[in-house]
Design a protein around this ligand. Sequence first.
Ligand code: UT7
Length: 329
Amino acid sequence: MEKFKAGILGLGIGLPEKIVSNKDLEKIVDTTDEWITTRTGIKERRIASPGETALSFSIKAGREALENAGISPEDLDLIIVATVTPDMIFPATACLLQDALNAGSAAAFDLEAGCSGFVYGMALASQFINTGSYKKILVVGAEVLSRITDWEDRNTCVLFGDGAGAAVIGQVEQGGILAFEMGSDGGGGDFLKMPAGGGAIPATEESLAQKLHYIKMDGNQVFKFAVKAMARSARLVAEKANIPIEDIDLFIPHQANIRIIETSAKRLKIPEKKVFMNLEKYGNTSAASIPIALYEALKQKQIKKGDRVLLVGFGAGLTWASVILEWTG
Ligand code: UT7
């Protein structure tokens, strides 16, 4: 039973300063700016410098989100960090963030749902708010994918970037998170994974020699899954919210590949002007991509009060997740 409406009270981002262009990558692997641009839409990405981590980007993003929400860290009841590149397997990066922000004794945990992680986190947060159990929740998507990227593999190293985006979720009078939809297909897990580093293949000289601590991806399979999952999830969430897709004001998809986004938008009959993209600047930042895009869309005044915003993520797992928001301003 929904007692309270949940919405976004403030947003923030944390990005590395270092920019790596497609031209820079031409010097590292056998690729071209032309190939990367036409196949992915990406022109450059931000890459973490030594010492920068998912936590350092989360701190920046979290502080800005709290400031924009006009609340102090002690007001937080819960911190969720969605990431596949936590600072450590444990303790959770969310706990490190709770300490760094001085967030009282807020509950904290990491959420691992690949690139869908931030949208999973929003869905989860909305439930705590809806029931009245919690009043203020910080949801962060943060990644340092550069640390698990094989910089000799041109199939993957041109795609990813680092950074974080954060949202404070709390009670709103009207609008806010109208509906969510999420799901998974673990049968496709092999298409996108980092095989080693967990309990199955701990770090050994052999695992390092075989480069098992890096992202392994079957790009074509992920592409096919992505276009199907995005369109299906968007339709389902629109049905749940009882809002026809044509009434969506802005579509903010996971920023993985311009061709995936354009194909999905076409399937959903969403016109180009309603589709937000910033992947040319950041590449695919996994769980950070949707909150960074949402933040920039708002900054660029592409979202105004009352607008219906559709967020759709897909990624490792395989997972997908969608949210429809009515912007509360
Ligand atoms: O967040 C989820 C994460 N993953 C994704 O979203 C990935 C989804 N998949 C994709 O975005 C695309 O499948 C890719 C961008 C990864 C690949 O694009 P594609 O059009 O599916 O290319 P392809 O894999 O079919 O490769 C075409 C050719 C191959 O050469 P041959 O075998 O035809 O001679 C590749 O070896 O392009 C080659 N290639 C490259 N050439 C230059 C692959 N990567 C590169 C590269 N530069 N960086």
